[in-house]
Design a protein around this ligand. Structure first.
Ligand SMILES: *Cc1c(COP(=O)(O)O)cnc(C)c1O
Length: 395
């Protein structure tokens, strides 16, 4: 038995080879449990990369989506629909932001943020004040512009010419930030509070406060990319809330859709009226089914769930810190990076063989479990992971 299924063969033949997939065909799941085509079960500590925050096939989310699909699945943005208005209201009530633009992905949410920032600056200061400062080691998406925004040189080859107007600051280096602001005509600073793809690096509180101070002094917009950190992932609704700052623009995607594609760009006081009809758009943006599902998800990210996230986080840190083979543990809430003695890819592969799905971020093992994972499931998965990291055979 080679383990190669018909699906894998077909996929290899017909799907563009942009992904290095694991040799596993997933067929079903419930909550934090997944099953593959051979009937093997897994405990999921990846949530489809921070997407399924209520796990697989959450019933309330399913009901919300299917009920909506039975009424209207899409209308275009030429007309009003209730789910997107309800979702936008809930987002604004929960964050204090003033307006919402809906797209379909994290990259699209960030594109909108960059356009909003440049438009704000253009209208107020005229042409040329368009530079966006982003951080080295960041990740903001795969479109040509969000690749430019991504502060990693490895993303800036082969697809050029790239969008101009981005400069990069070392995370936690306030002096460099001040220099970049002096040397460029800047309209915005865009950053992840916890760099996700960049290896689960949590930004320094002083640095974030310095961004806020400089932004306020110079009317430079603060954009937090909460595509991965958002929607309860870090133990607060959005990760900027840990730092007591008030961003001008917040982007999110991944977890808010509960598994359907949606991108969200939230605009604060200064940007409330920056867009006018025709200045931006998206055919699928605000899709009623995606929004009905997202409403079901967002309305259930309450204080109780957030405190459970923090408790589960403490449990994981307690178990892993100082455990054999663990060099260090970083992150917040249920967004956790583990630096290990052994190479992360070996650990991911062996954990998978033992029925636990984990991810990588740079040289770290990355955990992004469903926020609702049961304590027993989490305990079992963490135990297995500890054994794999310690390179100890299973009992
Ligand atoms: C995943 C991610 C993106 C890109 O989201 P897509 O939905 O894949 O376009 C952007 N920013 C951050 C921080 C992410 O983690």
């Amino acid at each position: 038995m080679s383990g190669i299924t018909d699906t894998m063969e077909k996929d290899g033949k017909y799907i563009a080879h942009t992904y290095g997939r694991f040799r596993t065909e997933l067929v079903s799941g419930k909550g934090a449990l997944l099953k593959d085509s051979r009937g093997k079960e897994y405990i999921d500590l990846g949530s489809g990369i921070a997407v399924n925050i209520f796990g697989m096939c959450d019933e309330k989310w399913q009901e919300a989506v299917t009920a909506q699909i039975g009424r209207l699945q899409h209308t275009s943005n030429l007309y009003y629909t209730k789910p997107c208005a309800d979702l936008a209201e809930l987002l604004c009530l929960k964050t204090g932001m003033k307006k919402v633009f809906f797209g379909n992905s994290g990259a699209e949410a960030n594109e909108c943020a960059i356009k909003a920032a440049r438009l704000y600056s253009y209208e107020k200061y005229g042409e040329g004040r368009h530079t966006v400062i982003t951080l080295r080691n960041s990740f903001h998406g795969r479109t040509i512009t969000t690749l430019s925004a991504t502060g990693q040189d490895s993303f800036h080859t082969k697809f050029g010419p790239f969008t101009e107007g981005f400069v990069y600051c070392e995370p936690d280096n306030t002096e460099e930030l001040e220099r970049l602001v002096r040397e460029n005509q800047c309209c915005a600073v865009m950053f992840e509070i916890i760099q996700g793809e960049g290896g689960i690096h949590v930004l320094d509180k002083d640095f974030v406060k310095a961004i806020e101070r400089i932004a306020n002094e110079k009317d430079i917009l603060m954009i937090t990319d909460e595509v991965q950190t958002g929607n309860g992932r870090t133990g607060k609704l959005y990760s900027y809330m840990h730092y007591g700052i008030k961003p001008d623009i917040v982007t999110t995607a991944k977890g808010i859709g509960g598994g359907l594609p949606i991108g969200v760009t939230m605009l604060g006081d200064k940007l409330e009226d920056v867009f006018t009809p025709g200045s931006h758009g998206s055919t699928f943006g605000g899709n009623p089914a995606a929004c009905a599902g997202a409403y079901s998800i967002l309305s259930r990210i309450d204080d109780r769930l957030l405190s459970e996230v923090r408790e589960k986080s403490e449990y994981i840190f307690r178990e892993l810190e100082g455990s054999k083979g663990v060099v260090s543990v970083s992150g917040m809430g249920l967004m956790i990076g583990i630096k290990t003695d052994r190479p992360a890819p070996d650990i991911i592969k062996e954990a998978m063989e033992r029925g636990v799905l984990v991810l990588s971020a740079k040289d770290r093992v990355r955990l992004l479990p469903p926020l609702t994972i049961k304590n027993e499931e989490l305990a079992k998965a963490v135990q297995i992971l500890k054994e794999v990291i310690a390179n100890e055979a299973s009992a």
